[in-house]
Design a binder for this molecule. Structure first.
Ligand SMILES: Nc1ncnc2c1ncn2[C@@H]1O[C@H](COP(=O)(O)OP(=O)(O)OP(=O)(O)O)[C@@H](O)[C@H]1O
Length: 568
């Protein structure tokens, strides 16, 4: 577990973990040794002169005090190492998630990653802070006690020593029987947590579907699975837990019988027998709890492996020597791309000269959004190439590529902050004047004037406190402020009312001015602003030309507008 942890986080986290392990092991051994002092204490107390026990009592007290200090230092080191690892893991996860291709983030993954980033990270890192100490103590203290018994009485010590591998074997068997259902149980737990998030997020959809009283079947099924696996895991763990408990009790009884036999034979005093029994009893509890710790550690390890799987997901490869394109024209050359089994593009070729506008039109599912996503490298193509200024987007480098694009999507996500903070995301270092100008050009002045708090008004999570049109204006202001040479638009006005649409159109017009533009269009009015139009269907590009040319052609495009009219 620790090795996996350090492999995931890197060797620089090894020293605090090593220090914790050393301190905790020393504390556990000291605890065992301090118990050894009970032998002379009890021997003195039961002997002819109980006063002889006094110095040993002081020694016992001193040893316990030293143990307490080392244990405190060990726990503190564990807590500190746990916190450091926690930060390390959050940073590592955050950095990695920021590098993963945007296309990786399906809604299911978002649920899984949320659960992993909250419960998973805490659980796997909690091992160092909360489990390592008790685990080491439960292993090292009994071993030290066995050594102490061996020193005082070879026969009893040998009996205890023989018991060690037996207990270990039974413990391993108990652990295995619990582990058999651990993985399945953890997976079901994860799935149900992700379903709960989905259930909460899907409330509007469920209500709109009239499912207020009825429960969410997917969540119900998943919770039923959790219950089923929990029951199975209890049953599979039972023989192991009972077996371990019986073995530990049997060992204890064996030592008791042997002690009594030796005492009756006169080869050992009553004080020694009593002490050894106290010591043996002291071993029983930690040994029994070992199985429980094992389960918790296995659970944490499973979380860690899940984290490792995310961290090992390859980001899109970055070029060794990034090339910066000198121009901003765009070309798709014989592009092939599949979403899983679904071939979305097969041999798509289209070019947009610098400063020109291309509109992409087509039925739903024809791959219009995918075209934009391939351009912004949310995914890599399976064949062919997408180029900006003649350079393959794979050779430009993710950050430099994104700097070239201003993207406005239909669904706008705003962060829970002020309007100003949300616009500033476009260019964090922008001057106040540029910020105001972008906001005005996007038609935000009247929105800001209307909102209580103006510029400082909070937009709520996801921009929930703004209307769809207002959110759209913020995203246009963001794009204007970014001032990137290429603009990608995924039909931004189709869900807006006429007043909002007019304002947003005006903002979009300013955004497009003088830039290379690729826009997915659902409305005639949007298409009419393009220099060139491609009509896409599931077979690829069907028609290409200007709006008028394609209408005159009387083909699929003309047919499309005939059924879509009078929109636009
Ligand atoms: N993340 C994904 N995983 C699997 N398949 C996907 C994914 N995204 C899109 N697809 C599939 O790829 C195809 C093209 O999707 P795309 O969103 O590009 O179409 P579109 O033309 O933009 O559609 P619309 O006009 O409805 O937005 C569709 O069949 C869709 O089901």
């Amino acid at each position: 577990m620790i090795r996996t942890l350090l492999r995931v986080l890197g060797p620089k986290y090894a020293p605090p973990v090593r220090r914790t392990i050393v301190l905790m092991t020393v504390a556990a051994v000291l605890e065992g040794l301090s118990y050894a002092l009970l032998v002379p204490v009890l021997r003195g107390l039961f002997g002819d002169d109980p006063g002889e026990a006094r110095p040993w009592l002081f020694a016992f007290g001193g040893a316990i005090a030293v143990y307490a200090v080392v244990r405190y230092l060990g726990d503190l080191a564990g807590f500190r190492a746990g916190t450091t690892l926690l930060h390390g893991m959050y940073h590592r996860l955050g950095d990695h998630l920021a590098k993963l291709p945007v296309g990786w983030y399906t809604s299911r993954r978002v649920g899984e990653v949320s659960v992993l980033a909250s419960q998973g990270v805490l659980r796997s890192m909690g091992v160092i802070a909360h489990l390592l100490g008790p685990f080491i103590s439960a292993s090292a203290t009994p071993l030290t006690i066995v050594a102490v018994i061996l020193v005082f009485n070879r026969q009893l010590g040998s009996a205890a020593l023989v018991a060690v591998p037996v207990v270990l074997l039974v413990q391993a068997w108990a652990g295995r029987s619990m582990a058999s259902t651990d993985t399945e149980r953890a997976e079901r737990d994860h799935e149900s947590s992700a379903r709960v998030i989905e259930f909460v997020k899907a409330q509007p959809v469920l209500r709109a579907g009239g499912r207020t009283a009825e429960r969410f079947t997917l969540l119900d099924d998943s919770l039923r699975d959790v219950e089923r696996t929990a029951r199975r895991s209890v049953f599979s763990a039972l023989p192991g837990a009972v077996g371990l408990s019986v073995t530990v009790q049997a060992v204890f009884t064996g030592i008791l019988v042997l002690g009594a036999y030796l005492a009756l034979g006169g080869s050992i005093g009553a004080a020694e027998v009593l002490t050894i029994l106290v010591l043996a009893a002291r071993c029983a509890d930690p040994l029994l709890s070992l199985a429980e710790f094992g389960g918790q550690i296995r659970g944490a390890k499973a979380e860690l492996l899940r984290l490792q799987a995310v961290l090992e997901t390859e980001p899109l490869p970055e070029p060794a020597r990034p090339i910066s394109p000198a121009r901003n024209d765009i070309s798709f050359e014989d592009v092939r791309f599949a979403h899983g089994d679904r071939q979305v593009m097969d041999g798509v070729s289209v070019a947009v000269p610098e400063g020109r506008r291309l509109a992409v039109v087509g039925p739903s599912g024809s791959g219009k959004s995918t075209l934009l996503q391939l351009l912004a490298r949310f995914y890599d193509v399976d064949g062919g190439a997408v180029r900006v200024g003649g350079v393959d987007v794979r050779d430009i480098g993710a950050e430099a590529l994104m700097e070239r694009f201003a993207i406005v999507f239909q669904d706008v996500y705003l962060f829970d902050g002020t309007i100003e903070e949300n616009i500033r995301l476009g260019r964090p270092g922008a001057s106040e004047a540029d910020l105001r100008e972008a906001a005005s050009a996007a038609g935000l002045d009247e929105v800001i004037a209307r909102l209580p708090g103006g510029w400082d008004a909070n937009v709520g999570e996801g921009g929930a406190l703004l209307s769809g049109g207002e959110r759209q204006r913020v995203s246009i202001a963001r794009a204007l402020l970014k001032d990137a040479p290429i603009v990608l638009l995924d039909e931004v006005t189709s869900a807006l009312d006429p007043v909002n649409e007019a304002v947003v159109h005006e903002g979009i017009e300013r955004l497009m001015a003088g830039r290379t533009v690729v826009m997915v269009a659902h409305r005639m009015r949007t298409v009419q602003r393009a220099d060139r139009v491609v009509f896409l269907d599931r077979q690829g590009i069907r028609e290409e030309g200007t709006h008028e040319e394609l209408l005159r052609l009387g083909g699929r495009y003309a047919e499309f507008w005939a059924v879509s009219a009078p929109v636009g």
